[in-house]
Ligand binder design. Structure first.
Ligand code: F7E
Length: 323
């Protein structure tokens, strides 16, 4: 039996699937918590489906979480599951609070009852900084969330700090800035752009319709960030760390780079904007300072912006049959 085992919530998503691959490659016994759906979506796990064990459970349901933690008896827990789409959190604020905020507390409670010595990673988010007071943002920057999602992540963040202080549990927050990949959900802006460019170039669409093109984000590559998560739990003591590239770009720059990668420099005629894709309160500017993670965890984002855009556009072009 493997002496290291991990339970991952959100294992079917972008981060969960990359993390599961990383931990399997390191010899962990990996358990993935999966919410029952009438049409299960395990596509990101296809390469490792036989190497991991799936457990049924839902962050809304305390009993299922307790049973999952008991069954896995993990040495590490990664809480990656959430209602993670910021735009949807405005139309479903209560659900977002239930899953993203209270779901984390339910996982902490399950861990406290059944695996109190397990190391616990919480997927905190740069959305907690929201209306930023200074740039770049680090572990000491004040939180000012701008969406129900950001508010829920702040609640979960402080719940984790509280379980560390109150019960002495090994609980760490990874405050990750945006991280993308060819596995990113199609509703997030980077993937919407890479997919949209591929559709236009292959004749499947005429336009790409977006919201605020001036928003700035610190975009990294998701496989780098699951390495960050693992390193966070290998640190001697539980602590909170920012994970970021330290570089920011506008949505407009992402659009230009993506069209350029597909051979189009005059991209403006192909892009429209619509208020439908704008948010009631926007986060305009995010750029992280990953110095603490560099010093204490020896972590650095290796994939830069141009390479990220290239990887995503090429993957979507290939999906539409263009190599
Ligand atoms: O938006 C703007 C939008 O939805 C990025 C999640 O993983 O990262 C992600 O949150 C920016 C925003 O990600 C469209 O207004 C313009 O300013 O890709 P996004 P996000 O909201 O930054 C953080 C770290 C998380 O924790 C979250 O879970 O792009 N934008 N036009 C658009 N965004 C979308 N989705 N669609 C548009 O058409």
């Amino acid at each position: 039996m493997a002496d290291r085992s991990a339970l991952i919530t959100g294992v079917t998503g972008q981060d969960g699937s990359y993390l599961a691959e990383l931990l399997v490659s390191k010899g962990y016994k990996v358990y993935g918590l999966v919410r029952r759906l009438s049409s299960p979506n395990m596509s990101h796990l296809k390469g490792i489906r036989d190497a991991i064990e799936i457990l049924d459970g839902d962050l809304m349901d305390q009993t299922s979480l307790q049973q999952a933690v008991k069954a896995a008896d993990p040495t590490e827990i990664y809480n990656l599951a959430a209602q993670s789409f910021v735009a949807a959190s405005f139309s479903q604020p209560v659900l977002t609070g239930e899953v993203t905020a209270l779901g984390a507390v339910r996982m902490l409670e399950a861990a406290r009852a059944h695996a109190p010595t397990a190391r616990f990673y919480q997927a905190a988010s740069s959305e907690m900084f929201g209306h930023v007071e200074r740039e770049p943002q680090d572990e000491l920057t004040r939180f000012h969330p701008r969406s129900p999602y950001g508010v829920a992540k702040v609640y979960a963040y402080w719940a984790c700090v509280n379980y560390r202080e109150a019960y002495g549990m090994f609980v760490s927050n990874g405050i990750l800035f945006n991280h993308e990949s060819e596995r990113r959900g199609i509703e997030f802006v980077t993937r919407k752009i890479s997919d949209g460019v591929a559709r236009i170039v292959t004749g499947h669409a005429k336009h790409l319709t977006l919201g605020n093109l001036d928003a700035r984000r610190d975009w990294g590559y998701a496989p780098d960030y699951v390495e960050f998560m693992w390193r966070t739990l290998q640190h001697q003591v539980p602590d909170d760390f920012v994970g970021a590239t330290g570089e920011s770009h506008t949505v407009r720059e992402f659009v230009a780079a993506a069209f350029h990668e597909a051979g189009i420099d005059a991209w403006e005629p192909f892009v429209r904007t619509d208020d439908r894709f704008k948010r009631p309160s926007e986060v305009y500017n995010l750029r992280g300072d990953p110095s603490k993670a560099a010093q204490r965890l020896g972590w650095k984002a290796t994939t830069r912006f141009d390479e990220l855009v290239r990887t995503m556009v090429r993957a979507d072009l290939a999906r539409y049959g263009r190599t």
